[in-house]
Write a protein that binds this ligand. Structure first.
Ligand SMILES: Cc1cc2nc3c(=O)[nH]c(=O)nc-3n(C[C@H](O)[C@H](O)[C@H](O)COP(=O)(O)OP(=O)(O)OC[C@H]3O[C@@H](n4cnc5c(N)ncnc54)[C@H](O)[C@@H]3O)c2cc1C
Length: 462
């Protein structure tokens, strides 16, 4: 894939200003700094100009220009990625979507909404509340819809509602050569031709740029409950995960937190947790009796598996506080480790292999004497191991263990990344995970982006 590009000059910046308007292009250092960072440990990017398109046509025209002049273009949502996904590795343009953030149409009777890609999913849900509807994928941070679709983001609600890919019906995509195409349709059932919609989802801005998306919505549940269950061992907690999934109870969230992190959250947020492997769950129902029946089943499962403590609540404020603590668990960790940076792992396996994966993580962490915290979307077989480090040596060790964990996850029939995407951080695992299929991916990339201008340096190992 070509990795030599035309050096970006003032003349290119002026040409882009002529396309999108002077206010929509910046080469100021402060703007570059903001768009050359994500939330990861990876080195900063090298974008030389930030361009804020206002319309799909702007996106298409910028791409056409950059394709003709061999200038790299890296889409940027709001930079909450954890694997350097939106960082411009080869300079050129950071195509930032902060100014394309409108709801275009709510199709309330179809449970759908059409949006521009720069809208934050939390902002979207705040505006949808008046319709009693919401877009369920929830990665915690106020990620943009474009960034979520491009990374196929998931989160705590995936166990019930699926990942981003399961909640999109149709997109408008700008191709590298400036063509604007429509993929998918607003019909729930689609069986027409190649599934281009899902080719672009998860492609991290390397195949095309999303300029519009029609998303599936679901009704805001009328009744919700939360459960906190503490267990004497990680294995018991994980057995409970498998049992709850197997019972057909359909949890709306099923999260695991290890003992160390549980204690830390208890001590610093006041939420009622124990220093034990802990499961946080949520259930939705339409009738109070159904909610209570489900809770009784969960109590039985957890008690049989030796839960040392079990707390259930249907109080909305208490439930909201619990999930807010879970969502901010990473920020809490960071605050409590001043001077440290975190490497965050993200692997996923079939649920039957989850106990083996967690057992392996515990074993390598202990064997190598490193500090690590574990939490994960257990209901989906997804775990995040978080390694604090403060110098190059500690980082090297964390990266080594991270590689062992990823290799193990792939061997267990899983994947190098459940939801954060490949970026640059997981690229070296792609041959192991995909084998010959990686060559098919390269061929697709070469077809759609022959000059390699779209987010170069991502997904494929160099
Ligand atoms: C504390 C914390 C917790 C997190 N928890 C989760 C979690 O639970 N689940 C989860 O899935 N993720 C999680 N993430 C990761 C992150 O929030 C997601 O990957 C999210 O999808 C990134 O969205 P963004 O808007 O920030 O996009 P960016 O980070 O700006 O970009 C992401 C990718 O999308 C591309 N892109 C952006 N816009 C477009 C577009 N319009 N067209 C084509 N490509 C585009 C970029 O080039 C890049 O490759 C977490 C991150 C943090 C910091």
């Amino acid at each position: 894939m070509p990795e030599t590009f035309t050096p970006f000059t003032d003349a290119h910046a002026d040409a882009l200003r002529a396309i999108v308007g002077a206010e929509q292009v910046s080469t100021r250092q402060a703007d570059l700094d903001l768009h050359n960072r994500d939330q990861s440990r990876h080195p900063m990017g090298n974008a030389q100009a930030v361009v804020w398109p206002l319309t799909a046509q702007h996106v298409a025209d910028v791409l056409r220009y950059c394709n003709t002049h061999h200038i790299p273009v890296t889409p940027w949502g709001v930079g909450t990625s954890l694997e350097a996904n939106p960082l411009a590795r080869f300079g050129g343009v950071s195509l930032a979507f902060e100014r394309m953030n409108r709801i275009l149409e709510v199709h309330a009777d179809d449970f759908q909404v059409t949006v521009e890609p720069g809208i934050g999913h939390k902002d979207l849900n705040a505006q949808l509340a008046r319709y009693g509807l919401f877009f369920p994928p929830d990665p915690g941070a106020n990620a943009t819809v474009g960034g979520m679709l491009a990374n196929n983001a998931a989160g705590i609600r995936t166990v019930k509602y699926g990942a981003s890919k399961d909640n999109v019906l149709k997109m408008q995509v700008a191709l590298a050569d400036g063509r604007l195409i429509s993929v998918g349709s607003r019909s729930i059932k689609q069986s027409s031709g190649y599934d281009l919609l899902h080719l672009f989802v998860g492609s991290e801005g390397t195949l095309g740029v999303i300029t519009q998306a029609t998303l599936k919505l679901v009704p805001v549940p009328s009744l919700m409950s939360a459960v906190i269950a503490s267990f004497p061992s990680v294995q018991a907690a994980i057995e409970a995960v498998v049992a709850v999934r197997g019972s057909g109870l359909d949890p709306a969230a099923l999260e695991f937190i290890d003992a160390k992190q549980s204690a830390l959250l208890r001590d610093h947020t006041g939420v009622d947790l124990e220093e034990s492997p802990t499961l946080l769950m949520e259930f939705h129902a339409v009738l109070p009796a159904a909610l209570e029946y489900g809770l009784e089943q969960v109590r039985q499962i957890c008690t049989e598996l030796g839960a040392t403590r079990l707390k259930t609540t249907t109080d909305n404020a208490e439930r909201a506080k619990l999930w807010s603590v879970r969502h901010h668990a990473y920020e809490t960790l960071v605050r409590l480790h001043p001077g440290y940076t975190f490497l965050i792992d993200d692997v996923a396996v079939p649920i039957s292999q989850y106990p083996a994966l967690i057992g392996y993580v515990e074993q390598v962490v202990e064997q190598h004497g490193v500090r690590a915290y574990m939490k994960g979307h257990a209901g989906d077989g997804n775990i995040h191991c978080e390694f604090p480090y403060k110098d190059a040596e500690e980082l090297k060790r964390a990266e080594y263990i991270n590689d062992l964990i990823v290799t193990k996850a792939i061997e267990l029939g899983g994947t190098a990344t459940g939801e954060h995407g490949v970026g640059t951080g997981k690229a070296h695992h792609m041959p192991h995970e995909h084998g010959e299929a990686l060559e098919v991916m390269r061929a697709l990339k070469a077809t759609l982006d022959p000059h390699g201008i779209l987010n170069p340096g991502k997904i494929f190992p160099r």
